[in-house]
Write a protein of this length. Structure first.
Ligand SMILES: NC(=O)c1ccc[n+]([C@@H]2O[C@H](COP(=O)([O-])OP(=O)(O)OC[C@H]3O[C@@H](n4cnc5c(N)ncnc54)[C@H](O)[C@@H]3O)[C@@H](O)[C@H]2O)c1
Length: 269
């Protein structure tokens, strides 16, 4: 028996990709998993697949950008499984490759509503419940882009940096209550992020085509979502503040901190 056996996890964006990978890893660890997704059909498909593997899951329609949707989902989750132990604020959408001045302000707001306020709503909905329980863990999905910004995706980078800052503050706030907080900063993961974003974005612009220009510039090493799920389990067990997924991202993060160190070194006496 492991420490997660019998615990209840709530994952947003669980109908695909990293959310699905976490759900698979959590079910394998003996957890009951609530699968929230704006694409409820995809959540129901994941639930059917995991049930066939002997897992206990509850698929729910959830729009993370809408607080009333969170409240309804939390009530349904608790009615089915009782109080939740683990919250994964994971749902997110991607950006088109564009210079900052070409991103319409409506698209900044659309992305911020999902990638940032989606996390805030999840925290505000579930933190009082976790405090009442006196235990638990929260994992907020940012990105390696929340540590090292990629050009031409400024609205995505800004939202992901915001999730890192938010998670750090909340980690300190919740420590006295016995609740852990980790921020997940994945590198490239083989998911449907481009496709689901195209389906949902206002105007349905061709994200995949625009992304190709950037993706072609770098060597990405894609990993499978289940691997991320297993790393997250370990990160929660060991209470990591940051959960990275790609060892090779270390050099980029160190370069960021070295640039900051140089800025301090450059200060006049
Ligand atoms: N794939 C990567 O390489 C990568 C890298 C770093 C970070 N991330 C982050 O990981 C998270 C998961 O993305 P993914 O790559 O698994 O993509 P994905 O598209 O495969 O999965 C995201 C899921 O979130 C759902 N979703 C989107 N908007 C929603 C909303 N408003 N409410 C509820 N659900 C919503 C989608 O329907 C989808 O099922 C995102 O936050 C993304 O920014 C992904």
């Amino acid at each position: 028996m492991n420490e997660f056996e019998g615990q209840v996890a709530f994952i947003s964006g669980a109908g695909s990709g990293i959310g699905r990978g976490m759900a698979e890893a959590f079910v394998a660890a003996g957890m009951k998993v609530v699968l929230g997704d704006v694409d409820g059909e995809s959540a129901r498909q994941v639930a059917a697949d995991l049930t066939a593997q002997g897992g206990e899951t509850l698929p729910l329609d959830l729009d993370v950008a809408d607080r009333t949707s969170w409240d309804a989902a939390a009530q349904q989750a608790e009615a089915a499984y009782g109080p939740i132990d683990i919250l994964c604020n994971n749902a997110g959408v991607a950006g088109l490759s564009r210079p900052v001045e070409d991103i319409p302000i409506e698209e900044w707001k659309w992305m911020t509503d999902i990638n940032f306020y989606g996390v805030v709503h999840g925290l505000q909905c579930f933190i009082p419940r976790l405090k009442a329980k006196g235990a638990g863990h929260i994992v907020n999905t940012s990105s390696i882009g929340g540590m090292v910004p990629l050009p031409r995706f400024s609205e995505y980078m800004a939202a992901k940096y915001a999730v890192v800052g938010l998670s750090g503050a909340v980690r300190q706030e919740l420590k006295p209550f016995g609740i852990g907080v980790s921020v997940l900063c994945p590198g490239a993961v083989r998911t449907s992020l481009g496709e689901t974003t195209v389906r949902q974005r206002p105007g349905r612009a061709n994200l995949a085509a625009a992304r190709g220009t950037v993706v072609g510039q770098q060597e990405w090493r894609y990993i499978e979502p289940i691997k991320v799920g297993r790393i997250v389990l370990r990160g929660m067990a060991e209470e990591w503040a940051f959960i990275f997924t790609h060892p090779e991202n270390r050099a980029e993060v160190e370069a960021q901190f070295n640039a900051m160190r140089a800025a301090f070194d450059a200060l006049p006496d």
